[in-house]
Design a protein around this ligand. Structure first.
Ligand code: IPE
Ligand code: IPE
Ligand code: MG
Length: 230
């Protein structure tokens, strides 16, 4: 399997709410189950030889959900990032954050910053956590920075813009997996996904396991990527 695996897999971890509903559980239980599924999936990706994984955990649009749900996600995220970054650190995983940290509660922001700092010298899989992330907002932020730095018009090209994204230094995703059955990006990596392969599975994120991982790699390997060429 190691030969033809994607270098970068990005995952839209969708379906926590429906997973909870289908079991008669509270929505927060769905998010908890979702968070608990992150580490086993990342470990498996690491074993398969995947170098970069980006996970969509909270979008800038998700603030519009009921306050009780948002509060439960923020609280869970804080405890999970602390526990998981220790464990992932031991697995040589490097954690990065993509998203607007200014808009997060102070404690969560510092937990995220700490996990990034503590794992910065790890040389295994890079896990980029998209939290309070929106692709359109990311592009606007990049443009503002470019203007603020007084960059001349003829210096502006795709490579330069890439350097102003949250994901600078990370190759574009080869494969985007969406759980929960929808076929849309929901404002995820809209700049970076220009030539990404897309795989949607109806399985809800908390149930996404080995079988689905293998299926998504098999699907990826069956695709012929052309990048516009003949
Ligand atoms: C994804 O699960 C997690 C977040 C968006 C935070 P959802 O909560 O969107 O699950 P569904 O789509 O309602 O089932
Ligand atoms: C996308 O899921 C965001 C995350 C998984 C974090 P949503 O549930 O927010 O997407 P829509 O609303 O179905 O497009
Ligand atoms: Mg959803």
């Amino acid at each position: 399997m190691k030969e033809h695996v994607p270098k970068h897999i990005a995952v839209i971890m969708d379906g926590n709410g429906r997973w909870a509903n289908s079991r008669g559980l509270d929505i927060s239980e769905g998010h908890l189950a979702g968070y608990q599924n992150i580490r086993p999936v990342i470990s498996k990706f690491a074993q398969l030889g995947i170098k970069y994984v980006t996970i969509y955990a909270f979008s800038t649009e998700n603030w519009d959900r009921p306050k009780s749900e948002v509060d439960s996600i923020l609280e869970l995220a804080g405890s999970v990032i602390k526990d998981e970054s220790n464990l992932m650190g031991r697995e040589n995983i490097r954690i990065l954050h993509a998203g607007d940290s200014e808009g997060l509660p102070n404690s969560l922001r510092s937990d995220i910053e700490q996990s990034v700092e503590e794992t910065k010298n790890n040389t295994g899989l890079t896990l980029c956590v998209a939290f309070n992330y929106g692709g359109r907002g990311e592009i606007i932020r990049a443009i503002k920075k470019i203007i603020r730095e007084g960059i001349e018009e003829d210096k502006i090209n795709e490579t330069l813009l890439c350097g102003y994204m949250y994901t600078h230094g990370i190759p574009d995703p080869d494969l985007i997996i969406r759980t929960g059955g929808e076929f849309r990006l929901s404002n995820f990596l809209i700049w970076q996904s220009a030539y990404s392969e897309f795989h949607s599975t109806p399985v809800f994120w908390p149930d996404f396991g080995l079988k689905e991982i293998n299926q998504s790699i098999v699907t990826y390997r069956s695709r012929k990527r052309r990048f516009g060429r003949r």
